[in-house]
Write a protein that binds this ligand. Structure first.
Ligand code: HEM
Length: 312
């Protein structure tokens, strides 16, 4: 199925908007076309912000031979797509070649995620800039700070709350699952043994259950198989995620739980048939998420030349 995004739209990074920047040059059109922008960017961007804040700590590579792994090598981050890291690396190299030392990796990641959302049919929103890159990236900080496929609504609310995000932000940001894919292992227990019952999750539509079981057998399946979050419009950034939940078509337990929990259900219902409301709320929630733990200035951060390596 073709991607529902226009071809060759460039990623535009505007260093003149960067905080503490003396540069007044105009936008730098960095020609990263849609084929290099993957839904992985949005996932990497959110995983980045949940651990240490939006400071590009996720982009650091582990030092060869070191005992301490960097964030991106944490087991919980194994599903992040390599192409997303490559895109950021290319964008950074281009920006550095034209305007060295000005735009942080953290800003580039936030902008690239926004551009992906827009190219996939979602809202275009302003990305506040001026983030500095972080000096800490540790795999051991990941597991307690990211949401999980089988998290309950209570656990999600607690985690999001600890990042300054509300119940509404949880529901709205989960709408990012209108695009992208998940590996079988993230929903396998729903198909065969939901919460130890040896039965499938009753909140899965029987036809979807059948289809998912065919792709994802109980044992011995291909670990690389992925299934779309949004079975109706998998490549389009729209509000179908929410109507899918109402039709028992959610993929992860954490997605479907938003419809069964009385606290979040009305929010899901309110977004299901209102694209404008979802787009506005998503833009606002992305700005909020993009402000988590932002570092500013040399005292607290760095501006990396290569996003995968700390400055010193
Ligand atoms: C609410 C809690 C959340 C949970 C439990 C969760 C969990 C997951 C999981 C398990 C995957 C599948 C990874 C894989 O198997 O490859 C995934 C993918 C994804 N997530 Fe989330 N996520 C959450 C919130 C978010 C947020 C806040 C965003 C962005 C704003 C986001 C954007 C994405 C995207 C775009 C993908 C698809 C990535 C791809 O296709 O490569 N998620 N998420």
């Amino acid at each position: 199925m073709p991607l529902a995004v226009p071809a060759n739209s460039p990623l535009v990074i505007t260093p003149s908007h960067a905080l503490n920047s003396s540069s007044s040059s105009g936008p730098l059109p960095v020609n990263i076309s849609k084929k290099n922008l993957s839904q992985g960017l949005l996932f990497v961007s959110s995983s980045n912000c949940f651990v240490e804040g939006c400071d590009a700590s996720i982009l650091i590579s582990s030092k060869p031979g070191s005992n301490t792994l960097a964030e991106k090598d944490a087991l919980d981050n194994k599903d992040l797509r390599v192409e997303a890291f490559e895109t950021i690396s290319k964008a950074k190299a281009l920006v550095e070649s034209k305007c060295p030392g000005v735009v942080s990796c953290a800003d580039i990641l936030a902008i690239a995620a926004r551009d992906y959302v827009h190219l996939a049919g979602g809202p275009y929103y302003q990305v506040k800039q001026g983030r500095w890159d972080g000096r800490i990236s540790m795999a051991s900080r990941v597991s307690s700070n990211i949401p999980r496929a089988n998290s309950t609504v209570d656990q999600l609310l607690k985690l999001f709350g600890s990042k300054g995000l509300t119940q509404e932000d949880l529901v709205v940001l989960s709408g990012a699952h209108t695009i992208g894919f998940a590996h079988c292992q993230n929903f396998l227990s729903r198909l065969y043994d939901y919460r130890g019952t040896k039965q499938p999750d009753p909140a899965i539509d029987p036809r979807l259950l059948k289809a998912l079981r065919m792709s994802c057998p109980k044992n011995g399946g291909n670990i690389d198989i992925v299934e779309p979050f949004d079975v109706t419009t998998p490549f389009l950034f729209d509000q179908a995620y929410y109507s899918n939940l109402a039709a028992k078509l959610g993929l992860l337990a954490s997605d479907q739980a938003l419809f069964s929990d009385p606290r979040t259900k009305p929010l899901v219902q309110g977004l299901a048939n209102d694209k404008n409301k979802f787009f506005q709320a998503f833009a606002a929630a992305m700005e909020k998420m993009g402000s988590i733990g932002v570092k500013r200035g040399r005292k607290h951060g760095e501006k990396r030349k290569d996003c995968s390596v700390h400055m010193s």
